[in-house]
Design a protein around this ligand. Structure first.
Ligand code: NAD
Length: 243
C-alpha cells in the first residue's frame, strides 16, 4: 500500500516537468489523480498513467471552475490540490511591458488563488484537504530580469501562509515547495552560459531533476508524514538558498 492509497489529487501543470513528475509519483504512491494543463497533450500523459485529464487555462476564472468540476466528477472528491503550472520570461524592470508583468502575475499567482478558492469548499466541508503550491526559491532571493516571476512566486508563498492560517483549523493543510533550478522545459530557453555559471554557484554543483522534487509533494500530501506542516515552504534547491 502506498502512502497516498485511497487519496485523490488534482495536479496542474501536469503535461510537463515537475507537475507531470508529481502526478507520476502520486499515482505510484496509490493516489487517484486528475492531470490538468492548458496544453491538450496532458491527455496523453494522463492516459499513460491510466488517469483522467482536464484541459483549462489556470488563469481563467471560468476555466478553473469548469476544470475543478470535471476533476471532482472524475474523482468523487478532491483531497489534494497541487498547483505546478507556470510560465517564466526574462525582462529587466526598466523596459518591461505592463502586459508582461500582468501576464506573469495572472498565470503564476492569480491562478493559484482561483484554484485554491475552487477546491476549498469541499475540503472544508469534509474537514480534510491538502494544498501544495509550487513556488520558487526566487521568491526568497529574487532574480535579475525576473522581478515579475519572483514577485508572483513571493505572492504564492504569502498566499500559502495566509490560507494556512485561515483553514488549518478546518482540517485543510496548505504548504508550498520552492524548488531551485530543475532540469525542465521551463529552463530550456535560458542560455548555456547562465546555466554553467549557476551550476558553479550551487553547493551541489548541479541542477535538480523532477524526480528529486516530486517526493516533497508526496510527503506534504501524506499522513502522518505531512501532518505537522502548516504554511511551510520546503526547498529542494541544491543548497542555493538556506532561509
Ligand atoms: N524548472 C525550474 O527550475 C523551476 C524552479 C522553481 C520553480 N519552478 C516552478 O515549477 C512549476 C512547474 O514548472 P516546470 O519547470 O515543470 O515547467 P514546465 O514548463 O515543464 O511545466 C509547466 C506546465 O505549466 C503549464 N501551464 C503554463 N501556463 C498555464 C496556464 N495558464 N494554465 C494551465 N497550465 C499552464 C504548461 O503548459 C506546462 O505544461 C512552475 O510553477 C515553475 O514556476 C520551476
Amino acid at each position: 500500500m502506498g502512502v497516498l492509497a485511497g487519496r485523490t489529487a488534482l495536479v496542474t501543470g501536469a503535461a510537463s516537468g515537475i507537475g507531470l513528475a508529481i502526478a507520476r509519483h502520486f499515482a505510484a504512491a496509490g493516489a487517484r489523480v486528475v492531470l490538468a494543463d492548458r496544453d491538450p497533450s496532458v491527455r496523453d500523459r494522463a492516459a499513460g498513467l491510466g488517469a483522467a485529464a482536464t484541459v483549462f487555462d489556470a488563469s481563467d476564472e471560468a476555466g478553473v471552475e469548469q476544470g475543478v468540476a470535471e476533476a471532482t466528477a472524475a474523482l468523487g472528491r478532491i483531497d489534494t490540490l497541487v498547483t505546478s503550472h507556470g510560465i517564466l520570461t526574462e525582462s529587466p524592470v526598466a523596459t518591461m511591458p505592463l502586459a508582461t508583468w500582468r501576464q506573469t502575475i495572472e498565470v503564476d499567482l492569480t491562478s493559484v488563488f482561483l484554484l485554491c478558492r475552487a477546491v476549498l469548499p469541499g475540503m472544508i466541508e469534509r474537514r480534510d484537504g491538502r494544498i501544495v503550491n509550487v513556488a520558487s526559491q526566487l521568491a526568497i532571493k529574487g532574480g535579475v530580469g525576473l522581478a515579475h516571476y519572483a514577485a508572483a512566486k513571493a505572492g504564492v508563498v504569502a498566499l500559502t501562509k495566509s490560507l494556512a492560517l485561515e483553514v488549518s483549523r478546518h482540517g485543510v493543510l496548505v504548504n508550498a515547495i520552492a524548488p531551485g533550478p530543475i532540469e525542465t522545459p521551463l529552463v530550456d530557453g535560458i542560455s548555456e552560459e547562465w546555466k554553467a555559471a549557476k551550476r558553479s554557484e550551487l553547493p551541489l554543483g548541479r541542477f535538480g531533476t523532477v524526480d528529486e522534487v516530486a517526493p516533497t509533494a508526496v510527503l506534504l500530501a501524506s499522513s502522518p508524514g505531512g501532518d505537522l506542516y502548516v504554511g511551510q515552504t520546503l526547498g529542494p534547491n541544491s543548497g542555493d538558498v538556506m532561509p
